[in-house]
Design a protein around this ligand. Structure first.
Ligand code: C2E
Ligand code: CA
Ligand code: CA
Length: 785
């Protein structure tokens, strides 16, 4: 007889799982934990994964999975049954023919005589004879037992405790006790019937009694458990009918030299089991298979610890690197899945689920951490990681902007870009040994110990010098143009300082400086920021706000083909205010729409005068990326055009801040809508910021303006020259018009013309001027040749 403990085990497992969850130990719950130090976090993740593996392994929670996997492996390598044990089944036919519900003891006596007559080796009753029957009947059996003494064994079960329940013990009745050795008939079924475990012996009435299988295999080992090898098919163990044996219907060769297990196998017998993938199995067949298993080699069951050790070592090693490698994790997982097949061949059993769970939890969490911490495949931090990293008052924040990042990324593949960033980081490491570098868009940012004020400039100059030589990535040699910003506003919160440093680097790039230092913003400046909105409205009302027009020239003909509207604010006390600053403030205060509306109003009104002179004249208006966040902007433009009766073909919208557009559906739809209305789009400041080739393709622009930071330095810098030439080719290859801004000398204008640039704009031709100054020049036609 074999009992099932499946239910008990299942309950146990569920119980533990709920307890963990209630205590908030559950590893998937700890999302909100603030990431401080990635290395520390990684260590905790590894510990977590390993402890989880240990706990679930210790409480045997993945038992069904491990057993199912074991069964699949067993079925995958069929193994021959050795035929040394056969079953005699007290089946329904026997009982019907005998006309009883249980064979009489005299029938059992006849059976024994018959079997030994056939030459059977030993006979084991897989039943207990727990109750006495009629004395005469029992006598006959006792006589038969005496005749075959030493060759017959009778089963019993130990008392079993499964925590709360204990099953009824089946014990041989004292009447038969001395007549045949007692054997244990216990076996344990795993949850869902995926597996079996058999003992080599059980303690019954204070003594260790060998199990059926150990007896048959002649194994003398106390209290060990093993799994019968289910690669031997239970159905290969022959089963003969009890009635056929006692009626002599079977030939002797079926029993000669064999061991026989006599077992009940009728419909009401509790000793029949269904196993997934295997089918109906008799307990006695399992004992027979167990006997063969023991005869061949005692199976070694290593449990979950060895595989967990491998997973734990791996996760631990991965927690020491910044980026876990998927290939390695897959490799370890593959080893954990494949190795058990090989070990099975040596009768070594291992459980791998706990290890796989440890691996999976550890790896997923390490990878997620890496994802939120680092950029792409590089070991560069994300900017947000810097926010919580240090005491802002005691450090300098440095931002290093790659001015030509867009151009470089257009040429390199994403992999090569990552390689390049790694190499750049290596260079930075030379000067900033302790730096933890973050990267965003086109800018490196890091914190460093506060520099003495008189050393700052030297340090920044040194940093800049690091990038004088070009960097090889793959087959490309990349010239990296950088501009550096240092934020020294020690009293500000770190988050603002980081943004400040980025902005300062941006300003340095714009001014064509190697570096700039953002000093403490004074109180007056802060007050001005706060009062900005009121001041802006007042300026519009007082007419302090104005726009000027800077001509755009057709390089081939030298004709003025249009003009860009540029904002001017002549402040009564502050004087001329840098328009870039106005725009920045307005964006910060969410007031950009006020400015855009003001500029459109003035530009359209004024431009109509120019169109009257030259119907092809196009006016260009700068719009902010913030304008593109709201689909209503398209309607507003349409209303403007109708209201001013302005031909859409004469309006160009220049778009600068480009990053959000790429991912933004509203912006994309909006741009398409604007385009449909018949006006032209222009990508401004190409080469700075985030305008990549891919991005250019996404924006349906008609023209692209190469940033003035490349154009103005063209004569001095061969690198800038190459970049401008490449940009022009790229713009043309996309079928767009190339415009160069910041043309300050005739030499640059000539060079651009040679390079095939279509249009140009700059101080060499004209500064921004009021419309009434521009109009006569339109009549004159040529501005400069
Ligand atoms: P932008 O769109 O790149 O405008 C061109 C800037 O380059 C103008 O600076 C112009 O005066 C300057 N510039 C023109 N030719 C040369 C040259 O040969 N050399 C040099 N070094 N600079 C030249 P400005 O007027 O100071 O405007 C700065 C930025 O402010 C503009 O850059 C634009 O982004 C923004 N901006 C100006 N007006 C508006 C506006 O009405 N709306 C919006 N949204 N932004 C505006
Ligand atoms: Ca512009
Ligand atoms: Ca520009």
């Amino acid at each position: 007889m074999v009992e099932s403990e499946a239910q008990v085990m299942g309950e146990g497992a569920a119980g533990h799982a709920t307890r963990w969850r209630a205590q908030g130990w559950w590893p998937f719950r700890k999302r909100s934990a603030k990431i401080r130090n990635p290395a520390e976090m990684r260590k905790w993740i590894a510990i977590w994964a390993i402890v989880t593996g240990l706990l679930i392994g210790f409480f045997d929670i993945p038992r069904p999975l491990d057993d199912g996997f074991q069964l699949v492996r067993d079925l995958a390598r069929p193994h021959q049954y050795d035929g040394k044990t056969v079953i005699v089944a007290i089946d329904d036919r026997s009982l019907t023919e005998l006309g009883v519900r249980d064979p009489l003891r005299s029938d059992d006596a006849r059976l024994l005589d018959k079997l030994f007559e056939h030459g059977a080796n030993r006979v084991v009753f897989d039943r207990a004879y727990a109750d006495p029957s009629a004395l005469a009947e029992d006598r006959k059996l006792l006589d038969a037992l005496a005749r075959h003494k030493g060759h017959v064994f009778i089963g019993s079960t130990p008392v079993m405790n499964f925590g709360f329940t204990s099953s009824q013990q089946l014990l041989t009745h004292p009447r038969f006790l001395g007549s045949a050795p007692m054997v244990s008939i216990m076996g344990y079924q795993g949850p869902f019937g995926f597996s079996w475990r058999l003992p080599t012996s059980s303690e019954i009435q204070g003594k260790q009694r060998p199990s059926i299988s150990a007896t048959l295999a002649g194994i003398d080992r106390v209290g060990a458990m093993y799994r019968p090898d289910l690669s031997i098919k239970p159905s290969d163990v022959p089963v003969y009918s009890y009635i056929d044996v006692i009626n002599g219907r079977l030939s002797s060769e079926r029993f000669a030299g064999k061991d026989v297990v006599v077992a009940t196998a009728n419909l009401f017998s509790p000793d029949r089991f269904r196993m997934p993938f295997v089918g109906l199995v008799l307990g006695s067949q399992l004992h027979a298979i167990g006997a063969q298993t023991l005869r061949e080699r005692f199976p070694i069951d290593l449990g979950f610890l060895p595989s967990l050790l491998i997973a734990a070592l791996f996760i631990w090693s991965q927690s020491r690197v910044r980026r876990p490698l998927r290939r390695h994790a897959l490799g370890i997982a593959a080893i954990l899945v494949v190795a058990p097949f090989a070990l099975d061949l040596a009768s070594i059993r291992v459980d791998v689920t706990a290890a796989l769970v440890c691996l999976l939890i550890g790896w997923i969490r390490l990878r997620n951490l890496a994802r939120t911490t680092y950029r792409g495949e590089t070991a560069l931090l994300r900017i947000e990681q810097l926010h919580s990293s240090r005491n802002a008052a005691s450090c300098d924040v440095i931002a290093l902007k790659i001015r030509n990042f867009a151009t470089i990324s257009a040429i390199l593949s994403p992999r090569e870009i990552e390689r390049l960033l790694e190499k750049l980081q290596d260079r930075l490491h030379a000067a900033e040994t302790k730096g933890q570098f973050a990267f965003d868009k086109d800018t490196f940012v890091w914190l460093r110990d506060k520099l003495p004020a008189d050393e700052r400039e030297d340090h920044l100059r040194g940093l800049h010098a690091l990038f004088r030589t070009s960097i090889a990535v793959g087959t490309h040699m990349s010239d990296v143009a950088v501009a550096i910003g240092l934020d020294a506003n020690y009293a500000q919160p770190l988050r603002e300082r980081i943004e400040g440093a980025i902005q300062t680097a941006e300003d340095a790039a714009h001014n064509g400086s190697l570096f700039m230092i953002g000093e403490d913003t004074d109180d007056e400046d802060r007050a001005w920021r706060l009062g900005f909105f009121t001041e802006l409205n007042a300026a519009i009302e007082n007419g302090d706000l104005d726009i000027l027009f800077q001509p755009k020239i057709n390089l081939a003909t030298g004709m003025i083909v249009g003009a860009e509207a540029l904002l001017r604010w002549d402040h009564p006390t502050r004087g001329q205010i840098d328009p870039a600053r106005i725009i920045q403030f307005a964006e910060e205060h969410n007031r950009i729409d006020t400015i855009t509306r003001f500029v459109l109003d003035r530009a359209l009104t004024e431009a109509r005068k120019a169109i009257a002179c030259n119907p092809a004249f196009k006016v260009a208006v700068n719009i902010s990326a913030l304008d593109l966040r709201d689909f209503g902007f398209a309607r507003e433009i349409r209303d403007f055009l109708t209201q001013y009766d302005f031909p859409p073909g004469n309006l160009i919208l220049e778009i600068t801040e480009t990053a959000p557009i790429e991912n933004d559906r509203v912006a994309a739809a909006l741009l398409a809508e604007l385009k449909q209305m018949g006006l032209s789009l222009s990508v401004d400041d190409f080469g700075t910021g985030h305008a990549s080739l891919h991005y250019l393709r996404q924006i349906p622009s008609d023209e692209v303006k190469i940033d003035r930071s490349f154009v103005s330095g063209m004569m001095e810098s061969p690198e800038d020259r190459t970049l401008v030439r490449t940009a022009i080719e790229m713009i043309h290859s996309l079928g767009r018009v190339a415009v160069a801004e910041g043309v300050e000398t005739a030499a640059v204008a000539n060079l651009l013309r040679e390079m095939g640039c279509d249009k140009a704009q700059g101080y060499y031709f004209a500064r921004a001027m009021p419309m009434n100054e521009l109009l006569p020049k339109l009549d004159a036609g040529v501005l400069a040749a």
